[in-house]
Design a protein around this ligand. Structure first.
Ligand SMILES: [Fe+2]
Length: 202
């Protein structure tokens, strides 16, 4: 039995240029907010595990509770600097470098950036954000240890439950036409992946 965890990452609230850098639809902030609120309403006891890059403090002044009113643990990202971190902590979010949990015999490590699990960590599965919709890397195809990307651009700006993620076993992609989750390798259409330009920032 795994924890009641919903996973999300890289909201980049207030970061207007992220629309162009990561090819987001113009209404991505609304999609993100509506989808997270709907997930909260159907599972208010869940803990949201946010894998970092939450907001740009200078440009986003609203309370994070408007997006997710419940409990949150955040593994801080490269854009979660001092001001961002104090906003996150002022909302009562737990802020940490990494989080881990056990599923049966498997140890799952959550953090913002991808880690080489073969070298540094005694973990069977690594779940991370940071890479957005940049092309999938070779090690994401390796079955053991498994590296799974959480990307709002692949996930229609909605969180995924840890149980659903473990069933899929690889980077989850939301297929809007069938209203279903697929793994990156079983997604029925061409992946919405493109090479990022020279000014791309994770
Ligand atoms: Fe990011």
């Amino acid at each position: 039995m795994t924890e009641n965890l919903l996973l999300t990452s890289d909201w980049h609230l207030g970061h207007h240029n992220i629309r162009f850098l990561c090819d987001r639809p113009w209404d991505w902030p609304l999609r993100l907010e509506v989808n997270h609120r709907a997930a909260f309403d159907s599972n208010p006891e869940a803990t949201l595990l946010h894998l970092g890059d939450v907001l740009f403090a200078k440009y986003w002044s609203r309370s994070l509770k408007e997006v997710w009113p419940g409990r949150v643990i955040c593994t801080l990202g490269n854009h979660d600097r001092k001001k961002e971190q104090s906003r996150i902590e002022a909302e009562g979010w737990g802020a940490t470098d990494s989080h881990s949990t056990i599923d049966g015999f498997r140890r799952i490590l959550f953090c913002h950036r991808p880690q080489d699990l073969r070298r540094k960590f005694l973990s069977d599965i690594g779940v991370y954000g940071h890479k957005h919709n940049s092309p999938l890397t070779e090690y994401e195809a390796e079955p053991v240890p498994r590296s799974i990307r959480i990307s709002p651009e692949f996930m229609d700006y909605r969180p995924i439950h840890l149980n659903d993620l473990l069933k899929i076993g690889e980077t989850p992609i939301w297929h809007a036409a069938s209203q279903k989750w697929y793994g990156a390798s079983t997604y029925p259409e061409k992946l919405p992946v493109k090479e990022m330009g020279p000014n791309h920032r994770d």
